[in-house]
Design a protein around this ligand. Structure first.
Ligand code: GRF
Length: 218
């Protein structure tokens, strides 16, 4: 079985990266992490990657005069590692339209709310302020506008009356760690088809992947 090569982009702690590393350690998992890229040299996730023997690289955005030149450097780095699928895991940079279109349907993100509710960096605070009883997490295909794109996997998580941002974030994070590997598996097994802006689950597990194919130059 050839495994889909993933590149994981991080900026910090890296607990979702850790969940993906754990999933990929199973020989039956249809993907492997070939590269971890961080835009922060002190991102904790870099250590998890190094411990797992995964190649890492730091590309600091400060050195680039605009968003697209930074993204072009990431693009070159991913292509050099023959990456087929990009997973954003706490990557705190909005990617340019150019990058998202170059990697169309091959960039995933995880967000700590049930999208399209509560987009942005303060999703937990927004959920608490709104008084919702249920929040959760979403793994989706990335489109240029922040926290939008076809939904692949979601999990619902209760919001308790005495929750604060920290307690809610911790509960949602547990769900995130289950959802991300699941979404990667669905894509790598070729079970997702994008119809309009919906990700439709294909139940024919013998179908070749419609989404995972090498990046084209552009
Ligand atoms: C997660 O809550 C994820 O949903 C959000 O950023 C956080 C990253 O956490 N996009 P970690 O670095 O994976 O631990």
């Amino acid at each position: 079985m050839s495994r889909t090569k993933i590149g994981v982009l991080i900026s910090g702690r890296g607990s979702n990266l850790q969940a993906l590393i754990a999933a990929c350690a199973n020989p039956d998992f249809p993907a492997e992490i070939a590269l971890v890229v961080s835009n922060k040299p002190d991102a904790g996730g870099l250590e998890y990657a190094a411990e797992a023997g995964i190649e890492t690289t730091v590309i600091e955005h400060d050195g680039y005069h605009d968003r697209e030149s930074f993204d072009r450097e990431i693009d070159v780095t991913l292509k050099a590692a023959e990456i087929e699928l990009v997973c954003l895991a706490g990557f705190m940079r909005l990617l340019s339209g150019w990058f998202v279109e170059t990697w169309r349907d091959r960039v995933l993100n995880i967000h700590p709310s049930l999208l399209p509710a509560f987009k942005g960096i303060d999703a937990h605070d927004q959920a608490i302020a709104a008084g919702v009883r249920i929040s959760g997490c979403t793994v989706h295909i990335v489109r240029p506008e922040m926290d939008t794109g076809p939904v692949l996997v979601q999990a619902a998580v209760p919001v308790m009356p005495d929750d604060n941002k920290t307690s809610l974030a911790a509960r949602i994070l547990e769900a995130e760690h289950r959802c991300y590997p699941h979404a990667v598996r669905l894509l790598a097994e070729g079970r997702i088809e994008i119809v309009g802006e919906r990700a439709v689950l294909n139940t024919d597990t013998t179908a070749p992947s419609a989404l995972i194919h090498p990046a084209t130059d552009g």
